[in-house]
Design a binder for this molecule. Sequence first.
Ligand code: BDR
Ligand code: CA
Length: 323
Amino acid sequence: HVRSRRQRQMCIRDRERRASIMQIPIIIDTDPGIDDAAAISLALCHSKFDVKMISTVNGNVGIEKTTANALKLKQFFNSNVQVHRGASKPLLNQIVDAAPVHGESGMDGYQFPPVSESDLTSVHAVEALKNLLINSEEPITIVAIGPLTNIAILLSSYPEVQNHIKEVIIMGGSTGRGNVTPLAEFNIYCDPEAAQVVFNSGLPLTMVGLDLASKAMFTYDFVKSFKEVNETGRMLYNLFQHYRSEDFDIGVKVYDVFTILYLLNPQSFIVKEADVQIELDGKYTKGATVVNFNSQYPNCSVVLSPIGSEFKDIFLSSLKNCK
Ligand code: BDR
Ligand code: CA
């Protein structure tokens, strides 16, 4: 299953070439989530992306709320993207949530009009992902910004989808410290077994871990500037006021949005190949990503840091595409 370094480099070059000339078909698997909302907003509004589906997963808050939040964003942008509800709990783990960070609703801070359940497509996300992928003429990129439960169930239940997935861009993990426990990042910590399935799937993977957002903080002044841009900027500004991840004086870490910024401009980031495995047993370390940059058999491209502050320009110019 393991791709050679050369094949992976060709894949990256191919992505860069294609990205500059054509739309990137993507699926967003998500648990909105305030930083998820920022990623979804940019993706839905950018002409570079063809968002084929949003699948929801239990994570920051329960599945009913993450699904309602995805529908709120669909409605806000008047988008016709299909939203499918996915896994309501991790494969083996007990549910843990991040309501203290994102608020009780998962997207506290902005008054969205109520959404109707009729906007929700009744087919389960895993079935819908399988159908979409199998019937797609071109391979699709999966942007996974929540726990990896849906993707693990998809790959285990329908291995035939593998050839239809171009790559998986994962917000999860860290090359160093965690944000839930000393070594585990939230998305991986929520469902480590699912993460282990995905990291060992043989698919081309890119890990956008905690490292990146920690090195590319959104300062308060930067977030405040969104208000002047447009209605979406005001919506995101309001959500960020309720994002309890960090101290606003230092800046906020808008983890999920870096998957989209990276796809838009991979050359603005430092990336290194590594073998990434998930700690499944450790009493104190469960959910940690063990990242081996010296492995002969890398399974993942790890995005380590931005180059300069270009990420801010990419964010702002993408925001300007929104309403
Ligand atoms: C990740 O956890 C969630 O709280 C965020 O939405 C992001 O996907 C960061 O650890
Ligand atoms: Ca998320």
